[in-house]
Design a protein around this ligand. Structure first.
Ligand SMILES: CC/C=C\C/C=C\C/C=C\C=C\CC(=O)SCCNC(=O)CCNC(=O)[C@H](O)C(C)(C)COP(=O)(O)OP(=O)(O)OC[C@H]1O[C@@H](n2cnc3c(N)ncnc32)[C@H](O)[C@@H]1OP(=O)(O)O
Length: 300
């Protein structure tokens, strides 16, 4: 049965509108814009799309810490799909509107005390976000204006380039082992592809979170700038990347990332089963509970 529905997104200019049509499971965007800037908002995301430069800035605004819940992941995936399909969008900058935090990573509450079915649905959304970002044809830049542990770090290292605020209070890394959980192979491979095998081995086994200067030193981020310049530096870098012949850049990106992406694509169901079996174990649930208590105590 043909599935067709149309979603109208309100845009700041009353003269502009975008229609998203889903037909046979594919999402197509058509835009009739009379202004050069499209601003769209959903519950936890604000997207500023400058049509002149072809650059969209996606601001994560899911309080308090942009943790990636199923709902938030779904929102991110819909937005990424829409931007990917929009020929007028060639570059994406991801940043946070929350103070001090880029993203706290996966929402721990989605992994604690949930049914296997719900855990499976959640993990599928995590996979989907990674596939969309790591395989994007757009130039993607993470403007990391706060701490970025675990899934927040993953999101950053799926991007083509990372600019972090030079504030020693912030940290970034795949710290899963500190929660008593294990980063799956595609988290690990994204990290290896960014900082190499040895740095990844040390980093994952010890669950390390790096201060900005340390992250720069191992190549986990590419540039440090004063906090108030993160977005402007990302915009400057984007201009340089967009000046490269597009087709050549896209094919090169695909060549570098293809084998990692294919490995997950062809094993999605098994990866979901692994996750569900692992995360619903009594011992793992206990580790997650202790970690959440530790987070609360840190506050008190
Ligand atoms: C064999 C292998 C097979 C399969 C693979 C199996 C498993 C892999 C599984 C999972 C992979 C997971 C990756 C992840 O992303 S796990 C999440 C890890 N995240 C963290 O460790 C970050 C924890 N948070 C923090 O460190 C801090 O909150 C902060 C630095 C981000 C911000 O610090 P603040 O001082 O500004 O804020 P807080 O007071 O600490 O927090 C405010 C509020 O938010 C709650 N919260 C924080 N982080 C999370 C989170 N990730 N999920 C849910 N909730 C979170 C925190 O508890 C506070 O809540 P209350 O206000 O106290 O209610």
């Amino acid at each position: 049965q043909k599935l067709t529905f149309s979603l109208k997104i309100a845009i700041s200019s009353s003269l502009s509108k975008i229609h998203l049509n889903v037909s046979h499971g594919r999402l197509c965007a058509s835009s009739t814009s009379f202004s050069q800037r499209n601003n769209s908002s959903s519950a936890n995301l604000k997207v500023d799309h400058d049509q002149t430069t072809g650059v969209a800035v996606m601001h994560m605004q899911s309080p308090p810490v942009n943790s990636l819940s199923l709902d938030f992941l779904t929102e991110i995936c819909i937005t990424l799909e829409k931007l990917e399909m929009d020929k007028g969008c060639r570059g994406l900058i991801i940043t946070s509107s929350q103070p001090k935090v880029f993203s706290a990573g996966l929402d721990i509450l989605e992994m604690y005390g949930k049914s296997p079915e719900r855990c499976g649905e959640f993990w599928k959304a995590v996979q989907e976000m990674w596939l969309k970002l790591y395989g994007s044809n757009m130039v993607t830049i993470a403007a990391i204006n706060g701490s970025s542990p675990a899934g927040g770090c993953l999101m950053s290292i799926t991007c083509d380039y990372r600019i972090m605020a030079d504030n020693p209070r912030y940290s970034i890394g795949l710290n899963e082992t500190m929660l008593g959980i294990v980063a799956p192979f595609w988290f690990k491979e994204t990290m290896v592809n960014t900082v190499g095998h040895r740095n990844t081995e040390i980093s994952l086994e010890l669950g390390l979170l790096y201060k900005p200067a340390e992250a720069l030193n191992i190549g986990l981020v590419d540039q440090l700038v004063p906090e108030d310049q993160v977005l402007s530096a990302a915009t400057q870098t984007m201009t340089k990347w967009l000046a490269i012949p597009e087709h050549a850049r896209q094919i090169t990106k695909s060549m570098m990332r293809k084998s990692t992406i294919e490995k997950l694509r062809s094993n999605r169901e098994a990866d979901i089963q692994n996750f569900v079996n692992f995360i619903t174990k009594e011992s793992i649930q206990k580790s997650l509970r202790m970690y959440m208590e530790m987070l609360k105590q840190k506050k008190a």
